[in-house]
Design a protein around this ligand. Structure first.
Ligand SMILES: [Zn+2]
Length: 297
């Protein structure tokens, strides 16, 4: 069943304009509207499948984030880039947090990042909605991953680092997650939240074909302002905006596939490069890694 939001999931405002229609290119071919809150500028999928009816939209071989199968050269390349990007992610954390104590990866998927952090000396825990993913992480890496609701059971100030790699945009109960994560984040700890940026050059270039919209799995299509409003109203503050450099190429490549382009891979490399280059001043990278801390600690 679809649900229609009548108040903005970030600021609670109730004035929206419909901005565009996007297609679910991955699973169903259905179309979904994106509406923008006139107050905080959040763009969000509305109406959207409710939390009990979203899982069929993830039932597809094409949803690469949660698959480990290797098909062809481009998927091999994807695996290589994934390895490099795991260590880049960890580097950004280790540069800012010197005590490698506890790290929570929310929506850890198949656990590649968790395993990278564990090998580096972090005490890691993971949360994931998928039982298949939880089992995979346990079997391959010996790391315990809990169901997402387990966050409710963690004591206050449990984690030095909390990471969300392209996860926040999937949560139905967005505010509740931000409150729970703020509660379990230690004073002086940091959250690392990577999300697609709907104000990036590649988003503007690909319009409704932009893979970052990924409706209806992506419920929110954040920009700098809506992210800042979301966290600041929950006592948290954004202290840095970093690039996810490889995402511009990957998202552009997927967008070219949606467009059924000739020479799409080549075009994606060019658009991805321009996107990274244009974002150097605006910080409007294809995906942005927001670094977030307690506002008062
Ligand atoms: Zn709003």
């Amino acid at each position: 069943m679809n649900e229609t939001l009548t108040s903005c999931p970030v600021c609670g405002g109730n004035s929206f304009v419909t901005e565009r229609t996007c297609t679910d290119f991955v699973a169903t071919g259905q179309e979904f509207s994106l509406q923008r809150c006139t107050h905080c500028t959040l763009l969000f999928t509305n109406p959207r499948p409710d939390s009990r009816h979203i899982s069929p939209y993830y039932q597809t071989d094409n949803y690469i984030s949660h698959t480990s199968s290797k098909k062809g050269a481009i998927y091999f390349l994807y695996d290589i880039v994934r390895l490099i990007s795991q260590s880049n992610k960890l580097k950004k954390i280790n540069e800012r947090l010197k005590n490698k104590t506890s790290l929570l990866d929310v929506g850890c998927g198949l656990g590649y990042f968790l395993n990278t952090a564990k090998k580096d000396g972090w005490k890691v825990e993971g949360l994931d909605v998928s039982e298949e993913a939880r089992t995979h992480v346990k079997q391959h890496f010996g790391i315990d991953v809990h169901k997402e609701e387990a966050i409710k059971g963690f004591p206050d100030a449990s984690f030095e680092a909390i990471t969300l790699w392209h996860v926040l945009e999937h949560f139905h109960n967005l505010q509740e997650w931000v409150i729970d994560m703020g509660r379990v984040l230690k004073p002086g700890g940091l959250m690392f939240v990577a999300v697609p940026n709907s104000e990036s050059y590649d988003a503007n270039h690909y319009q409704s074909f932009w893979d970052g919209y990924d409706v209806p799995r992506h419920l929110y299509h954040f920009n700098h302002k809506s992210i800042e409003v979301l966290f600041s109203k929950n006592g948290l503050t954004v202290v840095d905006r970093l690039p996810m450099i490889y995402d511009s190429y990957y998202i552009s490549w997927r967008s070219e596939i949606h467009k059924k382009s000739l020479l799409g891979f080549l075009k994606a490399v060019i658009i991805g490069q321009i996107s990274n280059w244009k974002a150097r001043k605006s910080r409007n990278y294809s995906s942005v890694l927001y670094i977030i801390k307690h506002a008062d600690k």
